[in-house]
Each structure stands twice: as C-alpha cells, then as structure tokens.
Write a protein that binds this ligand. Structure first.
Ligand SMILES: [Zn+2]
Length: 237
C-alpha cells in the first residue's frame, strides 16, 4: 500500500506534471526538480578555476573570511540559474535543502573543522515577504549531512540593502557597511564558523556578514556557497 505522502505525490504529479526546471522535459516523478542531464550540465568548480581563485583572493584580502568553499559555477541561462531562481522565488524549499546536502557532501571529511553553521540572514522585511531564508534551508541541508549545528540567529541583517547588481565592488562594500550585526557579542566566542550562502558574486555581502560574525567572537570564518557567479552574470537570481 502506498503511503499518504506518495499518494499525494501521484496526485500532485497529475495536476502539475513534473517537468525539469531547466529544460522542461517531463520526468518520472515530481520529487526531483531537475533531470539528470541538467544536473550533470552544471559546471562544477575546482580550486584551480579562475573565478574560484579570484573570488577567494578578494575575500581573503577583505580580511574577514579565512577560506572559501564553493560547488558550482553560476552561468547566465545555465541550469543552476533556473535552480537558484526557483529556490528564491518559487518556494522550492526541498530543492534548497537538496542543494545544502550536495554542498554538505562536498565538505565530508572536514566536519570537525567547524563548530557551527551560520546562514547569511535576510532582513526581516524580506524574510516576511519570502517566508523563508534560502541560505538557512541550505544550511539545514548541510547539517543533515555533516551534523554541524546551525545557528541561524547568530547574526542579524539590520539594514535593508538596495539591490547590488549595478554596483561596483567598492560601491557594494559601502552598500553593505553595517548591514549585519552579531546577535550578542561573545555568542560565537572562539567558534569556527562555516558561513553559508546560496550564490556569492562579488563577496561584499559575505565579507560584511563575516565581519559581524567575527564581532560576535568567532575565531575562524570559512565562507561556503552553493555557487559562485561572475559579476557580469546578472546573478540577481
Ligand atoms: Zn532538464
């Protein structure tokens, strides 16, 4: 006998046929949002990639981040853009968790290097609009695989920042100045933090958030993103 969940799934698949988010192909079940071909088409980043090295260098130079982990390359019009967009605007919370688990798998073996996962917070106005924080869902996925605890309230976004798409690196940094605050100074005392985000573009948000985490007492901050995007890729997703 089928469980209630799978009966519901079949019903959902009937009403909304499960189409691949990226290529639109009809798939076997709605449990997956992306077909195998599209998953396979997303370029994986390696530590040798130019964009990875460039982004990491910039983050380290800004001073608040100690290292960078990232999985995919965000390409304009690529499969990952469709995923990131769906996660942000179409409430595919299970997909965000799945991305988190994939990121978690890539961190296997270094779990002991971190005490806590801190998702980049949304401003409460935005959180209310969207109903969830995709970085927090990703962090939950990472937690499912690595068992590193999530501290979603360790930092707050205290300022609603304007969209950064058209700004230069320096302008973005200024724009993000004071955007985050630690929830309580000392809360993260000595903690080795893995800072979780969906997509890193210039790193201005990452740096501002990492600085607040350090103010909270953290001894080490490694940034982890599901994907990196080039500045000109319009990764406003
Ligand atoms: Zn597809």
């Amino acid at each position: 006998m089928k469980s209630k969940d799978s009966v519901f799934r079949v019903l959902l698949d009937f009403i909304y046929p499960p189409l691949c988010l990226s290529c639109g192909r009809l798939m076997g079940s709605g449990a997956e949002k992306l077909c195998g071909d599209c998953w396979g088409s997303i370029p994986r980043l390696s530590s040798e990639d130019h964009l990875y090295r460039e982004t990491r260098e910039k983050l380290l130079l800004d001073g608040a981040v100690d290292d960078l982990r990232a999985l995919f390359l965000f390409e304009k019009g690529g499969a990952f853009q469709h995923i990131a967009h769906a996660v942000k605007y179409r409430s595919y919370e299970s997909l965000a968790r799945m991305l988190g688990r994939t990121l978690g798998e890539s961190l296997k073996g270094e779990e002991r290097e971190y005490d806590v996962l801190v998702p980049v917070p949304l401003h409460r106005v935005k959180f209310r609009e969207r109903g969830y924080n995709q970085a927090e869902l990703i962090a939950q996925g990472v937690h499912e695989v690595t068992a590193i605890p999530v501290a979603a309230s360790a930092v707050r976004r205290v300022r609603h920042t304007r969209t950064q798409t058209k700004l230069s690196h320096d302008e973005r940094r200024k724009n993000m100045d004071g955007a985050f605050e630690p929830d309580a100074v000392g809360m993260l005392n000595g903690a080795r933090v893995l800072l979780i985000d969906d997509v890193i573009t210039t790193g201005a948000t990452t740096t501002a958030c990492a600085a607040a985490i350090r103010l909270g007492g953290a001894s080490r901050v490694v940034a982890a993103a599901v994907a990196l995007a080039r500045k000109d890729s319009d990764a406003l997703v």
